[in-house]
Ligand binder design. Structure first.
Ligand SMILES: [Zn+2]
Length: 622
């Protein structure tokens, strides 16, 4: 098989003749070769496959006056390739300093290795400009690519030094909803990076902001899109020619006689003529489509929104969108990712506070300490000046959860006694409905109060039992559990939790009304005080200078330990790792197996014969 270089030599040669300045899409169609992925031969980029990317790329080119280009989208739409085409174009046609900002430095490295390097090596005009990484000629590492007339830097939004150094002309911020609200106490990473593009050095400069959105009100990409002229991709109805953008509410599917949905029947209803538009019309519609602004905007920001419903024929059909929706529709966790990834829209958390009365009303009598449905037990501990408060939680399929115990150990945490009691408590096992004894698989202890040293001392000796120190962090919009740090006096693994994310998750789960994924079961012994603490905070949205809209939690009453314990318990579950969380269904099934009566002797006047004759005699014979 000829190599990519041989196949595309023709276009490479023609690049030597002086060309009129190209648009980004023209450049991509002429020169860009898509990297060899999953064993396929390299193929040429064709803008006609994803016609909606053409205008976005050209808005990034020198002929467009746009300063800021925002692209909010679902998945399976060539979002990243669009950005890569722009980078290739800059390096070849319009050189200058470029900064590529990814959520973290690690992700910047991965992006360089998995996306940028393959593009450079398979696209001849680029491989001629840029030496392979780690070549002795220098000028090219994983995070720095030099080319004639410019240099491309890659860094993470979590690195203030990376974000703040030299002036740049082209700024590409990808997956911006994953960025921290603040980088090393110096403010919003995008604002810091954008500052580097201002000044007299580069009168013509561009910022490209790209992401799949997350939660309404705190999503950066949505905030940027709302500042823009909010372009939508209008496509013609193949039946009547009416132009409209593709909306989820116009997707229809049939049901069988039992009322079971049939995703394979998914089609789009035209709002004008009412006719059904089938999947196979997609490509002609995309080809005939055009971007139209739907808002005034701020005059410098052009914004594009597109959902996966536009994904080209054969990539991600409407039938799959519908099937995924059906699988997710009654699970708020799955539904949130579906709305973000497929519709490319933010997820709206319903309401901002939870009603304690309704929680109290649904408390239930458990048939045993650990009801069927639980796959793992975890514990969380809050340290107060005169007591330890601890909660034991069980988690099952879809992170449905059960409060198992809530215990207050009174005493001074600067004394050993309370810690001994806690140690004993965390070491006991809990009786499952079907007879097994269930241990606590992970426990976390809050080290944020006045007794940090005692907490560290307690945890450092018990790391093998997965008892860890945690601390609530002030960051927002990060995963609940980040990697632990050992930078503390006792070198214990300390997890600094993103409490903001944790509270958001817990409070949205308390609003789930039916048992199933995400639902929080409360035992009959919880009282009004407990549920009042559980619902003691509500979210408010606040505009903060340099950081935009952030979600802040305000206490609606003084004590809120139950809510903290709930958040910490969820962190304890996540500390066990994603593979563990994925294995919850199997763990639930394993605990549901009734124990063998040999292991669990029940008081009985006449013990079964087999026991006496078999096991005990056999043991004697050893
Ligand atoms: Zn029509």
């Amino acid at each position: 098989m000829p190599s990519a270089v041989e196949v595309f030599t023709e276009s490479y040669r023609s690049a030597w003749t002086p060309e009129p300045r190209l648009n980004v899409s023209e450049w991509a169609d002429r020169f860009r070769v898509l990297a060899n992925r999953a064993g396929h031969a390299p193929v040429r980029w064709k803008s006609s496959t994803t016609p909606y990317t053409r205008e976005i790329m050209d808005a990034l080119g020198p002929r467009s006056p746009a300063r800021r280009v925002v692209f909010m989208s679902g998945t399976q739409l060539s979002k990243t390739e669009t950005g890569l085409n722009w980078l290739g174009f800059i390096m070849d046609q319009s050189p200058g300093p470029i900064l590529v900002l990814r959520p973290t430095v690690d992700e910047a490295r991965r992006f360089s290795r998995q996306r940028l390097d393959p593009m450079i090596s398979t696209t001849p005009v680029l491989s001629d400009l840029i030496k392979p990484a780690r070549s002795r000629e220098g000028g090219n590492t994983l995070l720095i690519k030099e080319f004639p007339g410019g240099v491309l830097f890659l860094t993470g939004s979590n690195s203030a030094t990376g974000v703040k150094s030299m002036p740049i002309r082209w700024l590409f911020c990808d997956e911006i909803d994953e960025y921290p609200g603040d980088v090393d106490g110096q403010g919003d990473p995008i604002a810091l990076a954008e500052k580097r593009t201002t000044g007299p050095s580069f009168p013509q400069r561009k910022v490209f902001l790209v992401s799949t959105p997350t939660v309404k009100g705190i999503s950066r990409i949505e905030r940027e899109f709302l500042r823009s002229d909010q372009r939508r991709y209008f496509v013609p109805c193949p039946h009547c020619g009416h132009f409209d953008w593709v909306r989820w509410e116009n997707i229809r599917w049939e049901k069988d006689e039992q009322g079971k949905p049939l995703p394979e029947t998914a089609a789009l209803a035209c709002v004008e003529c009412g006719a059904m538009i089938e999947e196979h019309h997609k490509m002609e519609m995309l080809a005939g489509g055009e971007w139209r602004p739907t808002a005034e905007g701020d005059g410098v920001t052009i914004g594009y929104h597109i959902s996966s419903l536009y994904s080209p024929l054969g990539w991600f059909p409407w039938s799959e969108c519908v099937a995924e929706f059906i699988a997710a529709h009654d699970d708020p966790i799955k539904l949130k990712s579906w709305v973000n990834a497929v519709l490319g829209e933010t997820w709206e958390e319903r309401g901002d506070s939870v009603d304690p009365e309704s929680l109290l009303a649904r408390a239930e009598v458990y048939p045993a300490e650990v009801p069927d449905g639980v796959g793992v037990l975890v514990a969380s501990v809050d340290v107060q000046d005169d007591r330890l408060e601890t909660a034991v939680k069980g988690y099952g399929v879809g992170e449905e959860s059960w409060l198992i115990a809530y215990v207050v150990i009174t005493g001074d945490p600067s004394k050993e006694d309370v810690w001994r009691t806690l140690d004993h408590f965390l070491g006991r096992t809990w009786r499952h409905e079907h007879g097994q004894r269930v241990p606590i698989s992970c426990a976390v202890v809050d080290s944020g109060g006045h007794h940090t040293d005692q907490v560290y001392r307690f945890c450092v000796r018990r790391a093998s039992r997965r008892i860890f120190a945690i601390r609530g962090g002030a960051e927002t919009g990060r995963p609940l559990v980040p990697r632990p740090s050992k930078r503390n006096r006792y070198h214990v693994n300390l997890f600094t939790l993103c409490v903001d994310t944790g509270k958001g998750t817990v409070l949205s789960r308390l609003r789930v009304e039916e048992p199933g994924p995400g639902y929080v079961h409360l035992p009959s012994w919880v009282d009004a005080e407990y549920v009042a603490q559980l619902t003691a905070e509500k979210a408010i949205r606040k505009w903060v200078r340099n950081r935009g809209t952030v979600r802040r939690w305000v206490k609606t009453r003084e004590r809120n330990e139950a809510l903290d314990l709930e958040v910490y318990a969820l962190a304890a579950l996540y500390i066990l790792g994603p593979a563990f969380v994925r294995s919850l269904p199997e763990r639930v099934a394993a605990l549901s197996k009734p124990v063998d009566s040999d292991d669990e002797p029940e008081p009985s006047p006449t013990p079964p014969r087999r026991r006496r004759g078999g096991w005990i005699d056999g043991a004697k014979g050893l």
